[in-house]
Design a protein around this ligand. Structure first.
Ligand SMILES: Cc1cc2nc3c(=O)[nH]c(=O)nc-3n(C[C@H](O)[C@H](O)[C@H](O)COP(=O)(O)OP(=O)(O)OC[C@H]3O[C@@H](n4cnc5c(N)ncnc54)[C@H](O)[C@@H]3O)c2cc1C
Length: 138
């Protein structure tokens, strides 16, 4: 989100992770995230943006399966294995070595000063999101 604010751009991978986190971990309507992206993105484009948000949320005509929930830690460890991207945008974690930046709550001394405790437990919120989808009328 800091990159979006600073550069008005984010790589597609990060857009997908952000969208999945908002919708499936925080359980916030995709339209709110889509509106924020439209306000900020230099390439903001209604069809691209709204349909990509719906793809992630699992609500579009050409959607990802609703049970696909991006795991932010796995995504980070796979696509930012040394944690360089995170350290660039989250200077509070600049002294955390390597891929450990992806799970700062597991550091032996706890999260570094100035960095918040995690706001959700991904494994738990994933289950909530899946149960929520299962209850929806088809
Ligand atoms: C939640 C979310 C919101 C998005 N909002 C927008 C938006 O407002 N405007 C926008 O142009 N793109 C949007 N995208 C698609 C994608 O992120 C951008 O097109 C991509 O980041 C462009 O980067 P690039 O120019 O380096 O292209 P590359 O990654 O090199 O890809 C080449 C071309 O393919 C197209 N492309 C790549 N990924 C996608 C994709 N997921 N969907 C459709 N076309 C794609 C683009 O036209 C791009 O120019 C969004 C994706 C997500 C997940």
């Amino acid at each position: 989100m800091r990159q979006l604010r600073a550069q008005a751009w984010m790589h597609n991978r990060v857009r997908m992770v952000v969208a999945s986190f908002l919708v499936k971990d925080l359980h916030i309507a995709w339209q709110r995230g889509a509106a924020h992206f439209m306000d900020r993105l230099v390439d903001g484009d209604v069809p691209q943006n709204q349909l990509n948000w719906q793809w992630v949320a699992g609500t579009g005509r050409d959607a990802a399966p609703y049970f696909r929930v991006f795991n932010p830690v796995t995504q980070g460890r796979t696509f930012d294995p040394d944690g360089m991207y995170v350290r660039r945008w989250v200077p509070e974690l600049r002294d955390v070595p390597g891929g450990a930046v992806h799970e700062p709550w597991k550091l032996p001394d706890g999260v570094p000063a100035g960095y918040p405790e995690r706001v959700v437990d991904h494994a738990r919120e994933r289950e909530v999101a899946l149960a929520d989808h299962a209850r929806r009328p088809t």
